[in-house]
Ligand binder design. Structure first.
Ligand code: UT7
Length: 332
């Protein structure tokens, strides 16, 4: 029997309409467009408006689009994995909520929380189900409503994050295309530098936790920056080395969009040229689980069957990793 690999066969995304520009942020906190642009590369980000809306409201239209693009009936989907740090509810899983919204009646589903590396963790997890031969259609989602956990009084974090995301279909491939190799890493000691303190079982919501603003993202920028630069570069270079890939063999680096300077350091470590890097941070900021699939969605029309892609992420946890995949289809 031919070796089964998990290949992405379609991608669809969603970003909310509301555009929060650096100019508007200047009216909210003590910051300026020049600082944000030079330190991060971000010009604007999207914000999901409307009461009672969560990542499932962004994922539902994207999944419908994905089903259409891949000629898949909702009831054919076996599994949905939802990567998010801002789930609709603490429980049940957002995977279950969105499966109900789009009619994935025969799918089981669960959420993955690995902060900004969640999408590549979920993609790796989903690929294992496909490789067993038992599951044929697996949807991997990466969506976040970061605006729900961002303190718009904290200029060091509120300028970075935005809302949005995208999803991919994974299917079996026996032509040697799809996911070739993965490196996944984590180090819980990094949690002190990037976390949301309250809202879990250690510190459930109380008047005090709210007064102390503990339900927002806490980030120490510098240590996270240093760890992101060295670890994202390290795994991206390693995955190239162990698969005998030279810079010219790589069609695209698909990096997590946290900071243009981190992306640039990763690119340099891999030795690939600038035009081979997917970058949309200037328009969406850091959408956490959304960044990598949003890049695939935007670049889908440029990708060709057989293209070598390196996906790389770093996030809270700490978590990080890289995936080497061969793109499985030509743009329509
Ligand atoms: O995606 C998950 C993983 N997260 C990341 O990868 C993020 C990694 N970290 C970063 O991207 C960067 O550390 C930041 C963008 C968060 C911050 O950039 P930085 O170059 O590390 O700045 P900094 O924190 O060292 O701050 C430099 C100065 C400080 O002022 P002083 O102490 O030098 O007077 C800050 O108070 O910049 C000030 N500052 C700002 N000034 C204007 C911080 N935020 C702002 C701001 N506008 N928004």
């Amino acid at each position: 029997m031919a070796n089964i690999q998990a290949a992405i066969t379609g991608v669809a995304g969603f970003v909310p309409d509301y555009v929060l520009t650096n100019k508007e942020l200047e009216t909210i906190v003590d910051t300026n467009d020049e600082w944000i642009t030079t330190r991060t590369g971000i010009k604007e980000r999207r914000i999901l408006k409307g009461e009672g809306k969560g990542p499932s409201d962004m994922a539902a239209p994207a999944i419908k689009e994905l089903l259409k693009k891949t000629n898949t009936k909702a009831e054919e989907v076996d599994l949905i994995i939802f990567a998010s740090v801002t789930p609709d509810l603490i429980f049940p899983a957002t995977a279950n909520i969105v499966a109900d919204k789009v009619g994935l009646k025969n799918a089981f589903g669960f959420d993955v929380n690995a902060a900004c590396s969640g999408f590549i963790y979920a993609l790796t997890t989903g690929s294992q189900y496909i490789e067993t031969g038992k599951y044929k259609k697996v949807i991997i989602c990466g969506f976040d409503k970061m605006s729900s956990i961002i303190d718009y009084q904290d200029r060091s974090t509120c300028i970075i994050f935005g809302d949005g995301g995208a999803c991919v279909m994974l299917e079996p491939n026996s032509e040697g295309l799809g996911i070739q190799d993965t490196i996944m890493k984590s180090d819980g000691a990094g949690r002190v530098h990037l976390h949301q303190k309250a809202g879990g079982s250690c510190y459930p919501p109380t008047h005090e936790t709210i007064d102390q603003r503990l339900h927002y993202v806490y980030q120490e920028g510098q240590p996270v920056f240093k760890a992101a630069v060295s670890n994202m570069a390290d795994v991206s270079r390693k995955i190239m080395e162990r698969n005998n890939l030279q810079a010219e063999d790589v069609a695209y680096l698909v990096p997590h969009q946290a900071n243009l300077r981190i992306i640039e350091a990763t690119r340099r470590a891999m030795g690939v040229s600038e035009e081979k890097v997917m970058i949309n941070i200037q328009r969406y900021g850091n959408t956490t689980n959304g960044t990598i699939p949003l890049c695939l969605w935007e670049w889908e029309n440029k990708l060709k069957k057989g293209d070598n892609l390196i996906l790389a992420a770093f996030g809270g946890g700490f978590t990080w990793g890289s995936i080497y995949l061969k793109w499985a289809y030509d743009a329509q």
